[in-house]
Write a protein that binds this ligand. Structure first.
Ligand code: MRU
Length: 361
Protein backbone atom coordinates (compact mmCIF):
# COMPACT_ATOMS: atom_id res chain seq x y z
CA UNK A 1 0.00 0.00 0.00
CA UNK A 2 1.71 3.16 -1.18
CA UNK A 3 -0.98 5.69 -0.40
CA UNK A 4 -1.16 6.36 3.29
CA UNK A 5 -4.50 7.31 4.74
CA UNK A 6 -4.18 9.74 7.59
CA UNK A 7 -6.64 11.17 10.03
CA UNK A 8 -8.24 14.18 8.33
CA UNK A 9 -7.22 16.33 11.28
CA UNK A 10 -3.62 16.25 10.10
CA UNK A 11 -2.56 17.79 6.84
CA UNK A 12 0.11 15.74 5.06
CA UNK A 13 2.30 17.09 2.32
CA UNK A 14 5.08 14.71 1.25
CA UNK A 15 4.58 13.30 -2.22
CA UNK A 16 6.67 10.83 -4.13
CA UNK A 17 5.77 10.44 -7.80
CA UNK A 18 2.49 12.22 -7.12
CA UNK A 19 1.50 9.91 -4.24
CA UNK A 20 1.31 10.91 -0.57
CA UNK A 21 3.78 9.07 1.62
CA UNK A 22 4.85 9.22 5.20
CA UNK A 23 8.41 8.38 6.23
CA UNK A 24 7.18 5.93 8.88
CA UNK A 25 3.83 4.25 9.27
CA UNK A 26 2.29 1.04 10.58
CA UNK A 27 0.19 -1.58 8.84
CA UNK A 28 -1.16 -4.18 11.26
CA UNK A 29 1.89 -5.35 13.21
CA UNK A 30 4.36 -4.24 10.53
CA UNK A 31 6.31 -0.98 10.70
CA UNK A 32 6.84 0.47 7.22
CA UNK A 33 9.79 2.76 6.60
CA UNK A 34 11.01 4.56 3.50
CA UNK A 35 14.45 3.02 3.07
CA UNK A 36 16.73 6.04 3.40
CA UNK A 37 19.89 4.04 2.69
CA UNK A 38 18.57 3.32 -0.79
CA UNK A 39 17.78 6.96 -1.62
CA UNK A 40 18.24 8.83 -3.87
CA UNK A 41 18.93 5.98 -6.30
CA UNK A 42 16.03 3.71 -5.38
CA UNK A 43 12.73 4.42 -3.70
CA UNK A 44 11.69 1.43 -1.64
CA UNK A 45 9.86 0.62 1.56
CA UNK A 46 11.41 -1.53 4.30
CA UNK A 47 8.90 -3.59 6.28
CA UNK A 48 9.78 -4.76 9.76
CA UNK A 49 7.57 -7.34 11.37
CA UNK A 50 9.17 -7.40 14.83
CA UNK A 51 10.53 -4.83 17.24
CA UNK A 52 14.01 -6.31 16.68
CA UNK A 53 13.75 -5.67 12.95
CA UNK A 54 12.66 -2.09 13.67
CA UNK A 55 15.70 -1.73 15.97
CA UNK A 56 17.88 -2.93 13.11
CA UNK A 57 16.29 -0.30 10.84
CA UNK A 58 17.08 2.47 13.35
CA UNK A 59 20.65 1.29 13.98
CA UNK A 60 21.48 0.85 10.30
CA UNK A 61 19.81 4.17 9.44
CA UNK A 62 17.17 2.77 7.11
CA UNK A 63 15.20 5.27 9.16
CA UNK A 64 17.11 8.27 10.50
CA UNK A 65 16.59 11.87 11.63
CA UNK A 66 15.42 12.60 15.17
CA UNK A 67 11.67 12.83 14.48
CA UNK A 68 11.52 9.74 12.26
CA UNK A 69 13.67 7.77 14.71
CA UNK A 70 11.25 8.78 17.47
CA UNK A 71 8.19 7.64 15.53
CA UNK A 72 9.87 4.34 14.58
CA UNK A 73 10.99 3.75 18.18
CA UNK A 74 7.44 4.38 19.43
CA UNK A 75 6.11 1.83 16.94
CA UNK A 76 8.89 -0.62 17.92
CA UNK A 77 7.79 -0.35 21.57
CA UNK A 78 4.18 -1.01 20.47
CA UNK A 79 5.36 -4.01 18.44
CA UNK A 80 7.03 -5.43 21.56
CA UNK A 81 3.72 -5.21 23.44
CA UNK A 82 1.98 -6.96 20.53
CA UNK A 83 4.64 -9.68 20.40
CA UNK A 84 4.42 -10.65 24.08
CA UNK A 85 1.66 -8.71 25.86
CA UNK A 86 1.94 -10.62 29.14
CA UNK A 87 5.70 -11.02 29.39
CA UNK A 88 7.07 -8.16 31.55
CA UNK A 89 10.69 -9.28 31.14
CA UNK A 90 10.32 -9.33 27.37
CA UNK A 91 8.79 -5.83 27.36
CA UNK A 92 11.52 -4.41 29.60
CA UNK A 93 14.29 -6.01 27.57
CA UNK A 94 12.67 -4.66 24.41
CA UNK A 95 12.59 -1.16 25.88
CA UNK A 96 16.32 -1.31 26.67
CA UNK A 97 17.15 -2.70 23.25
CA UNK A 98 15.22 0.08 21.51
CA UNK A 99 16.84 2.74 23.71
CA UNK A 100 20.28 1.34 22.90
CA UNK A 101 19.91 1.69 19.14
CA UNK A 102 21.04 5.33 18.88
CA UNK A 103 21.89 7.46 21.91
CA UNK A 104 21.65 11.11 20.80
CA UNK A 105 18.14 11.81 19.45
CA UNK A 106 15.89 12.81 22.35
CA UNK A 107 12.73 11.94 20.36
CA UNK A 108 13.60 8.24 20.60
CA UNK A 109 13.57 8.29 24.42
CA UNK A 110 10.50 10.56 24.48
CA UNK A 111 8.50 8.17 22.28
CA UNK A 112 9.60 4.96 24.00
CA UNK A 113 8.68 6.39 27.42
CA UNK A 114 5.20 7.43 26.25
CA UNK A 115 4.39 4.13 24.56
CA UNK A 116 5.84 2.08 27.44
CA UNK A 117 3.61 3.93 29.92
CA UNK A 118 0.53 3.62 27.71
CA UNK A 119 1.20 -0.12 27.34
CA UNK A 120 0.91 -0.61 31.10
CA UNK A 121 -2.87 -0.52 30.70
CA UNK A 122 -3.26 -2.41 27.40
CA UNK A 123 -1.48 -3.31 24.18
CA UNK A 124 -4.13 -1.38 22.27
CA UNK A 125 -3.24 1.74 24.28
CA UNK A 126 0.43 1.29 23.39
CA UNK A 127 -0.46 1.09 19.72
CA UNK A 128 -2.78 4.10 19.90
CA UNK A 129 -0.10 6.14 21.67
CA UNK A 130 2.52 5.27 19.04
CA UNK A 131 0.09 6.41 16.33
CA UNK A 132 -0.61 9.60 18.24
CA UNK A 133 3.12 10.38 18.48
CA UNK A 134 3.44 9.97 14.71
CA UNK A 135 0.45 12.24 14.09
CA UNK A 136 1.76 14.89 16.50
CA UNK A 137 5.08 14.71 14.68
CA UNK A 138 3.35 15.69 11.41
CA UNK A 139 1.45 18.48 13.06
CA UNK A 140 4.56 19.81 14.83
CA UNK A 141 6.46 19.90 11.55
CA UNK A 142 3.69 21.90 9.87
CA UNK A 143 3.61 24.43 12.73
CA UNK A 144 7.41 24.79 12.70
CA UNK A 145 7.06 25.52 8.99
CA UNK A 146 4.47 28.23 9.56
CA UNK A 147 6.45 29.97 12.31
CA UNK A 148 9.76 29.60 10.49
CA UNK A 149 8.39 30.96 7.24
CA UNK A 150 7.93 34.34 8.97
CA UNK A 151 11.71 34.56 9.33
CA UNK A 152 12.44 33.93 5.66
CA UNK A 153 12.60 37.09 3.58
CA UNK A 154 11.76 37.26 -0.12
CA UNK A 155 14.76 36.21 -2.27
CA UNK A 156 16.47 34.57 0.73
CA UNK A 157 19.51 32.39 0.13
CA UNK A 158 19.57 29.75 2.83
CA UNK A 159 22.05 27.11 3.92
CA UNK A 160 21.10 23.86 5.64
CA UNK A 161 23.07 20.95 7.07
CA UNK A 162 22.28 17.22 7.03
CA UNK A 163 18.64 16.31 6.34
CA UNK A 164 15.93 17.83 8.48
CA UNK A 165 13.07 17.46 6.04
CA UNK A 166 10.16 15.02 5.57
CA UNK A 167 12.55 12.10 5.75
CA UNK A 168 13.84 13.13 9.17
CA UNK A 169 10.26 13.29 10.50
CA UNK A 170 7.01 11.55 9.64
CA UNK A 171 6.17 14.44 7.28
CA UNK A 172 7.11 18.13 6.74
CA UNK A 173 10.36 18.09 8.73
CA UNK A 174 11.95 20.72 10.95
CA UNK A 175 14.58 22.87 9.19
CA UNK A 176 13.11 22.26 5.72
CA UNK A 177 9.49 22.79 6.72
CA UNK A 178 9.79 26.64 6.78
CA UNK A 179 11.45 26.41 3.38
CA UNK A 180 8.54 24.36 1.99
CA UNK A 181 6.00 26.81 3.39
CA UNK A 182 7.98 29.80 2.04
CA UNK A 183 7.94 28.20 -1.42
CA UNK A 184 4.21 27.49 -1.08
CA UNK A 185 3.65 31.19 -0.26
CA UNK A 186 5.37 32.06 -3.54
CA UNK A 187 8.69 33.29 -2.14
CA UNK A 188 11.65 33.17 -4.47
CA UNK A 189 14.28 31.29 -2.43
CA UNK A 190 17.51 29.36 -2.99
CA UNK A 191 19.00 26.69 -0.75
CA UNK A 192 22.66 25.74 -0.38
CA UNK A 193 22.76 22.12 0.77
CA UNK A 194 25.79 20.96 2.78
CA UNK A 195 26.69 17.50 1.50
CA UNK A 196 27.18 16.29 5.13
CA UNK A 197 29.90 13.66 5.06
CA UNK A 198 30.32 10.88 5.88
CA UNK A 199 26.78 9.65 5.14
CA UNK A 200 25.89 12.49 2.79
CA UNK A 201 22.37 13.10 4.15
CA UNK A 202 22.48 16.56 2.53
CA UNK A 203 23.72 15.48 -0.89
CA UNK A 204 21.48 12.39 -1.02
CA UNK A 205 18.34 13.18 0.98
CA UNK A 206 17.90 16.96 1.30
CA UNK A 207 18.76 17.41 -2.37
CA UNK A 208 16.25 14.66 -3.28
CA UNK A 209 13.51 16.32 -1.22
CA UNK A 210 14.19 19.81 -2.61
CA UNK A 211 14.22 18.52 -6.19
CA UNK A 212 10.88 16.77 -5.56
CA UNK A 213 9.53 20.11 -4.31
CA UNK A 214 11.04 22.01 -7.26
CA UNK A 215 12.96 24.31 -4.92
CA UNK A 216 16.10 25.81 -6.50
CA UNK A 217 19.17 24.50 -4.70
CA UNK A 218 22.82 23.52 -5.02
CA UNK A 219 24.78 20.88 -3.14
CA UNK A 220 27.99 22.32 -1.69
CA UNK A 221 31.02 20.54 -0.23
CA UNK A 222 30.96 20.54 3.56
CA UNK A 223 33.94 22.85 3.70
CA UNK A 224 32.45 25.52 1.39
CA UNK A 225 30.01 27.11 3.87
CA UNK A 226 32.33 29.67 5.48
CA UNK A 227 33.58 30.79 2.06
CA UNK A 228 30.02 31.39 0.81
CA UNK A 229 29.15 33.26 4.00
CA UNK A 230 32.25 35.44 3.63
CA UNK A 231 31.24 36.19 0.04
CA UNK A 232 27.82 37.42 1.22
CA UNK A 233 26.02 34.57 -0.56
CA UNK A 234 24.07 33.28 2.46
CA UNK A 235 21.35 35.24 4.26
CA UNK A 236 20.42 32.69 6.90
CA UNK A 237 21.09 29.15 8.08
CA UNK A 238 18.44 26.75 9.36
CA UNK A 239 19.33 23.38 10.84
CA UNK A 240 17.45 20.77 12.84
CA UNK A 241 18.35 19.31 16.23
CA UNK A 242 18.71 15.88 17.78
CA UNK A 243 18.60 17.10 21.36
CA UNK A 244 18.29 20.54 22.91
CA UNK A 245 19.55 20.91 26.49
CA UNK A 246 17.76 22.96 29.16
CA UNK A 247 20.20 25.85 28.64
CA UNK A 248 19.64 25.98 24.86
CA UNK A 249 22.77 24.11 23.73
CA UNK A 250 21.96 22.10 20.60
CA UNK A 251 23.20 18.69 19.46
CA UNK A 252 22.89 18.17 15.72
CA UNK A 253 24.73 16.42 12.90
CA UNK A 254 28.51 16.67 12.99
CA UNK A 255 29.61 19.85 11.21
CA UNK A 256 26.75 21.98 12.53
CA UNK A 257 29.04 23.67 15.07
CA UNK A 258 31.46 24.83 12.35
CA UNK A 259 28.58 26.45 10.43
CA UNK A 260 27.36 28.19 13.58
CA UNK A 261 30.83 29.57 14.35
CA UNK A 262 31.22 30.84 10.78
CA UNK A 263 27.71 32.33 10.83
CA UNK A 264 28.48 34.28 14.01
CA UNK A 265 31.75 35.51 12.53
CA UNK A 266 29.97 36.87 9.47
CA UNK A 267 26.84 38.15 11.28
CA UNK A 268 24.47 35.66 9.62
CA UNK A 269 21.37 34.45 11.56
CA UNK A 270 21.68 30.83 12.63
CA UNK A 271 18.32 29.20 13.40
CA UNK A 272 17.58 25.80 14.91
CA UNK A 273 14.18 24.25 14.11
CA UNK A 274 12.83 21.50 16.36
CA UNK A 275 9.63 20.37 18.07
CA UNK A 276 9.39 20.58 21.86
CA UNK A 277 9.75 16.77 21.94
CA UNK A 278 13.45 17.32 21.08
CA UNK A 279 14.01 19.42 24.21
CA UNK A 280 15.44 17.51 27.17
CA UNK A 281 14.97 19.44 30.41
CA UNK A 282 16.79 16.67 32.30
CA UNK A 283 19.90 17.52 30.35
CA UNK A 284 21.37 20.71 31.84
CA UNK A 285 23.76 21.56 29.01
CA UNK A 286 25.42 20.32 25.85
CA UNK A 287 28.30 18.68 27.72
CA UNK A 288 25.79 16.19 29.18
CA UNK A 289 24.56 15.03 25.76
CA UNK A 290 25.80 11.61 24.65
CA UNK A 291 27.42 11.88 21.24
CA UNK A 292 27.06 8.75 19.14
CA UNK A 293 30.22 7.38 17.56
CA UNK A 294 29.61 5.35 14.43
CA UNK A 295 31.81 2.91 12.51
CA UNK A 296 35.09 3.73 10.78
CA UNK A 297 33.61 2.07 7.72
CA UNK A 298 31.23 5.03 7.16
CA UNK A 299 34.27 7.31 6.76
CA UNK A 300 36.23 4.90 4.55
CA UNK A 301 33.49 3.91 2.11
CA UNK A 302 30.95 5.73 -0.04
CA UNK A 303 28.09 4.20 -1.98
CA UNK A 304 27.09 5.64 -5.32
CA UNK A 305 25.86 5.06 -8.83
CA UNK A 306 28.29 4.00 -11.57
CA UNK A 307 28.08 5.36 -15.13
CA UNK A 308 26.32 2.07 -15.98
CA UNK A 309 23.59 2.80 -13.45
CA UNK A 310 24.80 0.20 -10.94
CA UNK A 311 25.07 0.90 -7.24
CA UNK A 312 28.61 0.41 -5.90
CA UNK A 313 30.36 0.78 -2.60
CA UNK A 314 33.89 2.15 -2.99
CA UNK A 315 36.75 2.93 -0.64
CA UNK A 316 37.58 6.64 -0.67
CA UNK A 317 40.42 6.84 1.83
CA UNK A 318 43.80 5.31 2.51
CA UNK A 319 43.46 1.56 3.13
CA UNK A 320 44.64 0.67 6.62
CA UNK A 321 44.39 4.18 8.08
CA UNK A 322 42.16 4.35 11.12
CA UNK A 323 39.15 6.68 11.08
CA UNK A 324 37.14 8.40 13.78
CA UNK A 325 33.44 9.06 13.25
CA UNK A 326 31.54 11.19 15.79
CA UNK A 327 28.00 11.53 14.42
CA UNK A 328 26.96 14.76 16.19
CA UNK A 329 28.37 17.90 17.73
CA UNK A 330 27.08 20.48 20.18
CA UNK A 331 26.49 24.11 19.24
CA UNK A 332 26.51 26.35 22.32
CA UNK A 333 23.31 28.37 22.82
CA UNK A 334 25.28 31.61 22.33
CA UNK A 335 25.71 30.75 18.64
CA UNK A 336 21.99 30.16 18.05
CA UNK A 337 19.93 33.21 16.99
CA UNK A 338 16.59 31.54 17.85
CA UNK A 339 14.89 28.17 18.13
CA UNK A 340 11.86 27.66 15.86
CA UNK A 341 9.45 25.28 17.61
CA UNK A 342 5.90 24.07 17.08
CA UNK A 343 4.84 26.44 19.89
CA UNK A 344 6.59 29.53 18.53
CA UNK A 345 10.03 31.06 18.15
CA UNK A 346 12.14 31.50 21.26
CA UNK A 347 15.59 32.66 22.31
CA UNK A 348 17.84 29.73 23.32
CA UNK A 349 17.70 30.66 26.98
CA UNK A 350 16.85 28.63 30.08
CA UNK A 351 13.80 30.66 31.14
CA UNK A 352 12.33 30.84 27.63
CA UNK A 353 12.77 27.08 27.21
CA UNK A 354 11.16 26.36 30.57
CA UNK A 355 8.10 28.51 29.84
CA UNK A 356 7.78 26.94 26.37
CA UNK A 357 7.71 23.48 27.93
CA UNK A 358 5.12 24.59 30.51
CA UNK A 359 2.92 26.27 27.91
CA UNK A 360 -0.63 24.92 27.89
CA UNK A 361 -1.56 24.04 24.31
O1 MRU B 1 22.43 10.65 11.86
P1 MRU B 1 21.11 11.19 11.40
O2 MRU B 1 20.95 11.22 9.92
O3 MRU B 1 19.95 10.54 12.11
O4 MRU B 1 21.17 12.69 11.90
C1 MRU B 1 20.13 13.56 11.58
C2 MRU B 1 20.38 14.95 11.96
O5 MRU B 1 21.39 15.28 12.55
C3 MRU B 1 19.29 15.91 11.71
O6 MRU B 1 19.81 17.16 11.42
C4 MRU B 1 18.49 15.97 13.00
O7 MRU B 1 17.93 14.74 13.30
C5 MRU B 1 17.50 17.05 13.01
S1 MRU B 1 16.09 16.81 11.96
C6 MRU B 1 15.05 15.78 12.81
Amino acid sequence: MGLVMINEKYQVRMKVNGEHYLTVWMEGQTVCLIDQNALPFNFSVYRSKTYMETCHAIRSMIVRGAGAIGAAAGYAMAQAFMEAPDDIDFIQKARLTIENTRPTAQNLFYAVQRVYEAGQTSTQNALTEAGEIARENIDDGRKIGEYGNELIPEKARLETHCNAGWLAFVDYGSALSPIYIAKEKGKDIFVYVDETRPRAQGARLTAWELKNEKIPHAIIPDNAGAHLMQQGKIDMIIVGADRIAANGDVANKIGTLEKAIAAKTFGIPFYVAAPVSTIDLDCPDGASITIEERSEEEVHYQTGLSDKGEIHKVMVSNPGSPAFNPAFDVTPASYVSAIITNRGIIKPEKEAIKSLMNMVT
